[in-house]
Ligand binder design. Structure first.
Ligand SMILES: [Ca+2]
Ligand SMILES: [Ca+2]
Ligand SMILES: [Ca+2]
Length: 168
């Protein structure tokens, strides 16, 4: 059984590393994480972290307790190999959502309590390496910009109910 209080996050070079310590004291596992993003995903006011775990493991949502401790669970997506992650409210319902860059990229709409429903998002390339979110066209809706493997960017403009691929 995992001891949630002794889990630790650290950054080594360009990699985020989550160390899960187990109560037996003899078993340790270290996950190399492709990317991480912070946001409040369960509405309790405490900062949470979402991890994109690359090709090595499933993505994780770690809910913060406000004092540095986290309780983590898997965030299951349809694809493998997430490379980037961003958190923002893409459908304007007040709940934080998660956008993963990877193969394929996905949008996961949050339910406000830490749960998500994910669907695929085409970014024109087999693998996207990173994603950032912001209102790039100034219409008040959150948009997503993907950095694709071949050095090509893909802008997915939001319509207030999500993001869809409409421009490069
Ligand atoms: Ca929280
Ligand atoms: Ca939302
Ligand atoms: Ca916009």
């Amino acid at each position: 059984m995992a001891d949630e209080e002794s889990n630790q996050m650290a950054r080594i070079g360009s990699l985020n590393v989550l160390t899960l310590a187990f109560t037996a004291g003899t078993l340790m596992t270290v996950l190399v994480i492709a990317d991480a993003a912070h946001g409040g995903v369960d509405g309790d006011g405490d900062l949470d972290t979402v991890f994109a775990n690359g090709f090595f493991d499933r993505n994780r949502v770690c809910l913060g307790d406000g004092s540095g401790g986290f309780t983590c669970s898997d965030l299951i997506t349809g694809g493998q190999g997430t490379q980037g992650v961003a958190v923002g409210d893409v459908d304007g319902d007040g709940n934080a959502d998660v956008v993963f860059a990877g193969g394929p990229s996905e949008v996961c709409l949050g339910d406000g309590s830490g749960g998500f429903i994910c669907s695929g998002l085409s970014t024109d390339r087999l693998v996207s390496e990173g994603v950032a979110m912001g209102d790039v066209d100034g219409d008040g809706d959150l948009d997503a910009v993907f950095a694709n493997f071949e050095g090509v960017f893909k802008v997915c403009l939001g319509d207030g109910s999500g993001v869809s691929p409409v421009a490069t």
